[in-house]
Design a binder for this molecule. Structure first.
Ligand SMILES: Cc1cc2nc3c(=O)[nH]c(=O)nc-3n(C[C@H](O)[C@H](O)[C@H](O)COP(=O)(O)OP(=O)(O)OC[C@H]3O[C@@H](n4cnc5c(N)ncnc54)[C@H](O)[C@@H]3O)c2cc1C
Length: 535
């Protein structure tokens, strides 16, 4: 087993992780940044493009109001205030790191002025990674964390496996969880394939409660042509048209007067539900054939041009997909979790978005809270007394985790399910029962079906290297699916992205509260917590 120590460990190399690392570097501490793959890549950030923040046409007050309106009473006001107040500095911070940003709509977009080459998110991540390469931050790609190491109630490090199956124990004085969301656990999603909710599993198993996991954001439409990936259609043109099998205009049917690109930002949940129900009864199409020929050399049309599908010539099938998780780990304004030494930032953290997220707020949140987490981790480590740390001797610590590594690699003879098959079934299940439109009968059926699948997941023994990672993914997926289905079953109302067909109205009298998920002796326990309102 490989073993090493660092002052600050950052788990996840998306925008939240990279900003935390840039903040923590050069403070006289050792900092390690790791990700499952190449640093910055395979992240949802590499797919993103728009940052919401106050600009010359969109004030801080507008930003605050729009975030709270979307969140439907479940945003945590202290965190929203930080996001809004620090949004402008976050954009300035990116510019300071060499990212060209231009004002657009209700915020800013990266403007790399490299038409046709790469997605803006990829260029953004590359540039930040280059910056980090010129620092003393240790970059550790290809390491998947399986467990947070918590001893005596305090964070002590993390344990995981490299892609070649070699176990690795990292002792750390502080850690920042920046593992992103979990969109790829769903059958139809627009996330990177590796965004599977590991961070939620790590947090729950470390004893941290998670909140509001039933609030999953659906993007109204992504490419749904068979054999093409669920590509999200960013930067929609005014000329684009959405219609059903009968040729009826979907926006007209819904009574939406604002243009589609704007409606996608402000009415994401409504559009998703409508398109979900419409696509149950027939196909829904998007038509780009009226887009001017010169536009096809520019982003995002140049990306569609790379595909085999004739987008310029005929309309194509679209359908909603999972996009973002609003729930997650509790943090305070300093990005502290309730485990001393553990901080969290980015999509894995809960609170800013409430029951639904305003478009563009996720990446601004990553910059704001990623930087804060880096700063707080530095302060925490500097305050720690010399020699403070694990009560176990390094040898005992090592032995404990070597034994743990052996249990992960334990093999058994017999015929067991293949992780890939179970993953497929789980993805289908969570989409079918925990999708854009939910109701009691199907949610209850989903919970029952999941219990049977869970037993089969427990009986998977890793025979190969992919199975070792596959089993952990399955365990995380099962935990999260359980939370989403049970939390949705209990929440007898519709609010933001959570829609119950049998309880179509928002019920502030009974349900203006947060759902708290905790793992106790392996069982998911659900309780509720009051909301804090703005004075
Ligand atoms: C297609 C698409 C477009 C989007 N567009 C926008 C947009 O324009 N504006 C906006 O605000 N938001 C957008 N979002 C949402 C936004 O991109 C994400 O919420 C945000 O980028 C998340 O950043 P993050 O740093 O938290 O996580 P990510 O960028 O997803 O990075 C997660 C990191 O954690 C690592 N990781 C996970 N588990 C482990 C583990 N067990 N061990 C080690 N490493 C691990 C991963 O390898 C990765 O490095 C979009 C999302 C999608 C899917």
């Amino acid at each position: 087993m490989e073993e090493f120590s660092t002052d600050i460990l950052i788990i996840g190399s998306g925008l939240a992780g990279l900003m935390a690392a840039l903040e923590a570097e050069n403070k006289g501490l050792s900092v390690t940044l790791l990700g499952k793959f190449a640093i910055g890549m395979g992240t949802n950030t590499s797919l993103a493009s728009s940052f919401t923040a106050a600009n010359s046409r969109f004030s801080k007050e507008d930003h605050l109001r729009a975030t709270l309106v979307a969140g439907k009473g479940l945003n945590r006001p202290n965190l929203v205030n930080v996001l809004v107040e620090e949004g402008g500095s976050a954009i300035a911070r990116l510019i300071g790191e060499g990212i060209p940003m231009i004002e657009d709509g209700i915020g800013y977009d990266p403007d790399f002025n490299q038409p046709g080459s790469q997605l803006p998110g990829v260029l953004l991540m590359r540039r930040l990674r280059e910056r980090l390469r010129n620092t003393t931050v240790r970059l550790l790609p290809g390491l998947t964390v399986f467990d947070l190491v918590v001893e005596g109630g305090e964070l002590q490090g993390a344990f995981g496996f490299f892609r070649d199956g070699k176990p690795c124990l990292i002792r750390a004085k502080a850690a920042i969880l920046a593992t992103g969301g979990a969109g790829a656990i769903y059958g139809r999603n627009d996330n990177q394939r590796s965004i599977l909710g590991d961070g939620y599993g790590l947090a729950l198993r470390a004893g941290l409660p998670l909140y509001d996991l039933e609030f999953v954001q659906f993007y109204p439409f992504v490419l749904a042509e068979p054999r093409l990936s669920s590509f999200i259609l960013l930067a929609l043109p005014e000329e684009g048209r959405l219609f059903n099998e009968k040729g009826e205009d979907v926006l007209e049917q819904m009574g939406i007067e604002e243009p589609l690109p704007r409606a996608i930002l402000t009415q994401r949940d409504r559009l998703s539900r409508f398109l979900h129900e419409a696509s149950q009864g027939g196909d829904v199409y998007y038509d780009l054939t009226k887009v001017a020929p010169e536009a096809w050399t520019r982003f995002p049309f140049n990306f569609l041009e790379k595909s085999k599908f004739p987008f310029r010539e005929r309309p194509f099938l679209v359908a909603p997909a999972v996009h973002f998780f609003m729930g997650g780990a509790e943090i305070d304004e300093k990005a502290k979790t309730t485990i001393p030494g553990l901080f969290a930032a980015g999509e894995v953290a809960w609170g800013v978005h409430g029951a639904n997220r305003l478009g563009g707020n996720a990446v601004t949140e990553c910059v704001v809270f990623g930087s804060i987490a880096g700063q707080s981790a530095v302060e925490y480590v500097c305050r720690q007394a010399e020699g403070q740390g694990s009560r176990l001797t390094p040898e005992a610590f090592h032995r404990r985790w070597e034994r743990k590594a052996e249990t992960y690699l334990q093999k058994k003879r017999g015929v067991f399910d293949h992780p890939r098959d179970l993953m497929k079934q789980l993805r289908h299940l969570v989409w079918q029962y925990g999708g854009p439109v939910r109701q009691e009968s199907s949610l209850a059926e989903g919970v029952e079906t999941l219990a049977a699948l869970q037993k089969r997941v427990e009986r998977v023994y890793p025979d190969t290297l992919p199975d070792l990672f596959g089993k952990r993914v399955l365990e995380n997926m099962t935990l999260l699916t359980q939370a989403i289905l049970k939390g949705s079953l209990l929440r007898q109302e519709s609010r933001g992205a959570h829609h119950r067909k049998d309880f179509p109205d928002q019920d502030n009298q009974n349900w203006l509260k947060h759902t708290c998920y905790r793992l106790e002796k392996g069982e998911m326990v659900i309780t509720y917590r009051s909301v804090v309102t703005l004075c």
